[in-house]
Design a protein around this ligand. Structure first.
Ligand code: SF4
Ligand code: SF4
Length: 453
């Protein structure tokens, strides 16, 4: 099999060995869940329940009208104890619904799932409505509503299952391929049916070769059960940010997503493997997105693991329950997500959310702090940027507050991968500047469009 890739990128230390051979463990009992009401990219939604109310697992507890919204469901059966702002994994406070588990009355069910639905025979509208009703968002990090992504306005030729997992440390996608390859394959086929795509590709980085025989076996079994569905595996070079949508598309199809464009502009839909599994559960079991898999690792984690836990589980509760052990003396930084694109948070009393792919408990050695120095114009950031931007020039524009100039030279095309910061010998905090710069630029543009109305 030929190994494909994209131009640019970097190779940060992989550090996956701590958890890549650990089988996924299911967390079955928690003392509470803290469920953020707004976990998706899009318009805000509101709670539908009141304090004191009994809710079942899978019951809708927050929602709103609007295309760019997805509902949120109770992840355990129990009593709503509080509805109040709490610190979330993006390091901001947001409204959360806090549920304390409680068994239902005798003879009552503890779950409130939807009836199964066959995506291969139902209409496209029914399939998209099911995906929205299940509250599914992109689970690789962005939290983009899946029902919107799966309703492209352009024809789609390829569905790509993103199993690149290019972020160092994280191993949950690799474990998913090894332990439930049938579900991943079925998820690809379901998405191909929904977007009417003739081809499916499961993209796996070279450093996860061990997962390939598992997926091959699942593909063989699937093609016997449902002949004629064209799904293949594509091996990719281990390189960061290989799992970025644009990089994956270029590596696999040779197509370039245009500046400001979307994967559908070049006939592609990309879905993370966790999202594909959630889609399968939503159709086959009628189960909303109420739990997810994630990796907990880092040198300050004495018990690196791949876990599946209810959405809203506090990492601190996993420690109290003895599921995780932390080397407190050595703990220097907690990051939700991977080390390149994740968010550093002040502690671990923070809930697992729909987009939490990992929790890193980093030691002092791992969490090195550098002093930013002056740019020496070495050009390394430019050579490494997979989006072909000039990070050094962008930084000058953002630092000067010249957001229009930053926009002209591609600020909004930055995918915030952090490769430029990683390769910079002057330890320039480039990606940090671009994250803030993009927010300010978007706010400016929004204000301008409001004024123009
Ligand atoms: S890598 Fe750092 S030092 Fe080199 S040009 Fe870019 S910003 Fe300047
Ligand atoms: S400029 Fe943006 S896209 Fe390019 S390497 Fe830096 S963070 Fe990544």
């Amino acid at each position: 099999m030929s190994i494909k890739t994209f131009k640019g990128g970097a190779h940060p230390p992989e550090r996956k060995e701590r958890s890549e051979e650990k089988s996924i463990e299911r967390v079955t009992s928690v003392s509470q869940v803290v469920i953020p009401v707004n976990q998706h990219f899009g318009a805000p939604i509101q709670p539908l329940v009141k304090v004191g109310e009994y809710v079942k697992a899978g019951q809708k507890i927050a929602d709103a009208e609007g295309r760019m919204t997805v509902p949120v469901h109770a992840s355990v059966a129990g009593i709503v104890k509080k509805i109040e702002p709490r610190l979330q994994s993006n390091n901001t406070e947001g409204l959360c619904i806090i549920i304390e588990p409680k068994e239902p009355e005798e003879g009552e069910s503890s779950t409130d799932f939807m009836p199964p639905l066959d995506p291969f025979t139902c209409s496209k509208e029914e399939a998209l409505a099911r995906i929205r009703a299940a509250g599914i968002v992109g689970m690789g990090g962005a939290g983009f509503p899946a029902h919107v992504k799966l309703a492209p306005s352009k024809p789609i030729s390829v569905v790509i299952a993103n199993a690149a997992e290019c972020e160092p440390y994280l191993t949950i996608d690799a474990r998913t391929l090894v332990e439930m390859p049938e579900k991943v394959v079925e998820g690809v086929a379901m998405v191909m049916k929904i977007v009417n795509a003739p081809e499916g590709v499961i993209a796996i980085e070279e450093n996860k070769k061990f997962a390939i025989p598992h997926v091959e076996k699942a593909l063989e079994a699937f093609s016997k059960a449902r002949p004629g569905i064209n799904i293949r595996i594509q091996e990719l070079k281990t390189k960061y940010p290989q799992g970025g949508e644009k990089m994956l598309i270029t590596a696999i199809t040779g197509r370039e997503v245009p500046s400001g464009g979307l994967p559908m502009d070049v006939g592609c839909v990309v879905q993370n493997v966790g999202t594909l599994c959630a889609i399968v559960d939503a159709f086959k079991e009628g189960k909303p997105l109420i739990e997810r898999g994630f990796t907990v690792t880092g040198a300050a984690c004495k018990t690196p693991k791949n876990l599946v836990a209810p959405i809203g589980t506090l990492v601190s509760d996993l420690v109290k329950a003895g599921i995780l052990e932390i080397d407190e003396e050595n703990l220097a930084r907690v990051v939700f997500g991977g080390p390149m694109m994740g968010v550093a948070v002040p502690g671990y009393e923070i809930p697992v959310q729909k987009n939490t792919s990992g929790v890193l408990l980093m030691s002092r050695d791992e969490a090195q702090y550098y002093t930013e120095e002056t740019c020496i114009r070495c050009g390394r950031c430019m050579r490494a940027c997979a989006c072909r931007l000039s990070p050094a020039l962008l930084a000058v524009a953002v630092e000067a507050g010249d957001y229009r100039e930053a926009e002209k030279i591609g600020l909004l095309d930055c995918i915030e991968c952090g490769t430029c910061s990683f390769v910079c010998p002057a330890h320039r905090q480039l990606v940090q500047k671009f994250r803030v710069g993009k927010q300010i630029l978007r706010a400016l543009k929004q204000k301008e469009s409001q004024n123009a109305r």
